[in-house]
Design a binder for this molecule. Sequence first.
Ligand code: ADP
Ligand code: MN
Ligand code: MN
Ligand code: MN
Length: 372
Amino acid sequence: MSCVSDSSSLNKAMRQQYLSLPQGPFCQVTYVWIDGSGEGLRSKTRTMDSEPKSIADLPEWNFDGSSTGQSEGRNSDMLLIPVCMFRDPFILDPNKLVLCEVFKHTRKPAESNHRNSCNKIMKMVKDLHPWFGMEQEYTLLGVDGHPYGWPKLGYPKPQGPYYCSVGADRAFGRDIVDCHYKACLYAGIKICGTNAEVMPSQWEFQVGPCEGIEMGDHLWMARFLLHRVCEDFGVVATLDPKPMTGDWNGAGCHINVSTMQMREEGGIKHIEKAIEKLAMRHPEHIQVYDPRGGQDNKRRLTGQHETASITDFTAGVADRGASVRIPRQVGQDKCGYFEDRRPAANCDPYAVTFAMARTCMLEEGKDVHELE
Ligand code: ADP
Ligand code: MN
Ligand code: MN
Ligand code: MN
């Protein structure tokens, strides 16, 4: 099998001819949602008579939940409620991509819908102006499942030259990174950077700072764009937290966190307080830092390859082997933000920011479930 997909080699000049046809007053709107795996994304497209100007202009829609691991065969209709709209960087203006929450026919949130409760807690802590920034690591694979650009037999040279690298013998698949970055900017996603990672064919992009619920919304749509760009090039992006066993780095999704108090002069004492609270809830956080309650992340959090052990909580200034790191600059300035390095690459950012807000920001004694 070739390592790139058949459809990636279809005639792209021909495609361009059709894509540049005028489309009249109509608008193509692609609804995007998280499927029953808690990790996969699905989408489908409809025509609207005119360009929607905001979420309020977008109707509810539905889909067959029995085909996405979200409901039984009977009573399989699931509801899609639009929550966040972006420009479509593939078929261009005025067309849209719309992130949706999924509800059951009873109008209760689907099991996979972690946005609903996240949104509630973000409203409770909104006066703290919580900012998040997430670092999405991912690995490029051929459609044969083998890391993209790796030798067909055997392994590339050991880790060392690949992190932030340049050159055909060490940076594999940069076209995808460049195109994804531009696609995010066009769409309106708050992407703030990118770099090649320690393992060859592994890359990272960063989204943030985002306030409250925006973190999950922007990261999920950035992931959709990544998978979509990879599809065009005929390769696959995996968010598996440890795609290659052995002496190869895993893939995480570090989360950087601050509140207004932490960002102000002397804010370090609020950072330290938050870290003390995190230390007391290590197992609860590990539970929600991957979609399988820690099962995926335990392959990655070994205490090696710039990770802490999954069983111990540690924190330190500039320590990339700790669970939580205070960046050196923040240690010097005595204010800023902290970084939780534990979330796996395939975490749900809604679940992770929810846990962060509950542990570090919610008033003592308050419980988000009181609101339900
Ligand atoms: P690292 O040194 O860990 O590789 P990166 O540069 O990859 O860090 O990512 C830093 C992240 O921190 C970015 O997503 C950025 O948006 C986020 N960030 C920066 N300042 C803040 C802040 N005050 N609060 C929360 N997140 C922040
Ligand atoms: Mn980074
Ligand atoms: Mn990284
Ligand atoms: Mn980091």
